[in-house]
Ligand binder design. Structure first.
Ligand SMILES: [Zn+2]
Length: 245
């Protein structure tokens, strides 16, 4: 007998399947990331009407099937975040956040706090309350929740303060001090100002960063995330083209 479960979910992505169906990747609150088969989602507009757009917050009715893919029986929209789809910078940030979460998580590994973090961020983005620095905050938080927290202070190798000429090496997990740097030839120089700014954000301080510091922070996180995932996120280029302001 198949048992229906109800879980809160955010739509991470969808792919068309055959003539009429769609496979949806959901980030659910209680079950983490999962794939669900939405029969007829392309043909019948009625059943899932507009609900399977990337980023939509749903209450999803799911049935576990043999294998990995759930069956999506129906949905109620909790929040569609339609306002954030009005301009390209916000769409770019939406797609970036969804891709980041999709890549940082694994199927059937619950991350309720990360779910709340993503939902809250999308709400702020929708309400135009997410300033440009908030994306870095969201990412640092998501990385920490997923177990990939970069370290900005102290030195990731010797534990001393990172000092005047720090370098960033994703292989070492973060920033290393100048005396340790000959041992990490892959690292690249970063300014003490951005190291300080990122460690303050990581500690939960919500002071907005200047455009220059944000760009440097972006660069560091792009390298760190690409290193851990083994590839650059696809939405990074789009976000760079349209900007995040
Ligand atoms: Zn050191």
């Amino acid at each position: 007998m198949s048992v229906q479960i109800v879980d809160e979910a955010l739509v991470l992505s969808t792919v068309d399947y055959g003539e009429a169906d769609r496979i949806v990747t959901l980030f659910t609150k209680d079950r983490g990331r999962l794939s669900a088969f939405a029969a007829g989602a392309r043909k019948s507009k009625r059943r899932f009407a507009g609900a399977l757009e990337a980023g939509t917050h749903l209450r999803a009715r799911l049935v576990e099937r043999r294998g990995d893919v759930y069956r999506l029986d129906g949905v109620d929209i909790v929040q569609s975040f339609h306002r954030l789809r009005d301009d390209l910078p916000r769409i770019a940030r939406l797609l970036y956040c969804l891709e980041l979460i999709r890549e940082l998580t694994r199927d059937h590994e619950p991350h309720a706090q990360l779910f709340d973090g993503l939902r809250d961020y999308l709400q702020k983005l929708d309400a135009k309350e997410a300033g440009p620095t908030s994306l870095l905050l969201f990412e640092l938080d998501a990385l920490a929740q997923a177990g990939f927290m970069p370290s900005f202070a102290p030195c990731a190798m010797c534990g001393q303060p990172t000092g005047e000429r720090p370098r960033f090496d994703p292989e070492q997990g973060g920033v290393v001090c100048y005396p340790c740097s000959p041992r990490v030839p892959r690292g690249f120089p970063v300014s003490p100002q951005i190291v300080e700014a990122l460690s303050r954000l990581q500690a939960g301080e919500r002071t907005p960063l200047s455009a220059d510091l944000r760009a440097r922070g972006r660069e560091i996180l792009n390298v760190f995330i690409a290193h851990h995932l083994g590839r650059k996120l696809k939405s990074v280029d789009f976000m760079e083209q349209v900007g995040t302001d």
